[in-house]
Write a protein that binds this ligand. Structure first.
Ligand SMILES: [Ca+2]
Ligand SMILES: [Ca+2]
Ligand SMILES: [Ca+2]
Ligand SMILES: [Ca+2]
Length: 185
């Protein structure tokens, strides 16, 4: 009897991918680094990181099968498109080989989601009567953000001068996460 031990056992990997929030789905490659004579079956799950289910993506549990002779298959994970400005966020895709012949049994990948709702900040214009007491100036963002927006406010003389016409003001205006405006007096 001649017994031959193989020297081509592949390693399994779960790919990393960066997607825009409005991409619809993230397509994650589940691969082996050289073909196998048998199917490679990989159990896929997802884990929250800074991106969370269901606000940013949909938790996915699926079986990915790389057919014998092939090296990769894609897994689709739904991505949530909201209207809130957010930082770049990510979640983890975990793969576990449940059937096949690989040199490893687990690997994980990262899906990074880039936001498409980054708001613009603006300081409002206002006209007040001299006897109004204070001018209320709106500091705004044009859509809500998942994080506080902190704006440093200062004043500069123009034809109106400090202190005869107004009082020089230096203040920090904070627009809370989820809101769009705050007034400065
Ligand atoms: Ca071989
Ligand atoms: Ca988020
Ligand atoms: Ca969006
Ligand atoms: Ca968003």
């Amino acid at each position: 009897t001649v017994t031959i031990t193989d020297n081509d056992t592949p390693a399994m990997s779960v790919g990393d991918v960066t997607v825009a929030e409005d991409a619809g789905t993230a397509s994650v490659a589940v691969s082996i680094d050289n073909p196998s004579s048998v199917d490679t079956v990989v159990s896929i799950t997802t884990t929250d990181n800074s991106a969370t289910n269901p606000d940013d993506y949909t938790t996915t549990t699926v079986t990915a099968t790389i057919p014998a002779g092939q090296t990769t298959v894609d897994v689709s994970i739904p991505i949530t498109d909201d209207t809130t400005g957010e930082p770049t966020e990510d979640f983890t895709v975990n793969g576990t080989v449940t059937s096949g012949n690989t040199s490893n049994t687990t690997d994980s990948g990262t899906v990074t989601i880039t936001d498409n709702d980054t708001p613009a900040m603006s300081v409002g214009d206002v006209t007040v009567a001299e006897d109004a007491g204070t001018a209320s100036v709106a500091v705004s963002i044009d859509n809500p953000s998942s994080v506080d927006t902190v704006v440093s406010i200062t004043t500069t003389d123009n034809s109106a001068t400090n202190p005869d016409d107004y009082t020089t003001t230096t203040v920090t205006a904070t627009i809370p996460a989820g809101q769009t405006t705050v007034d400065v007096s």
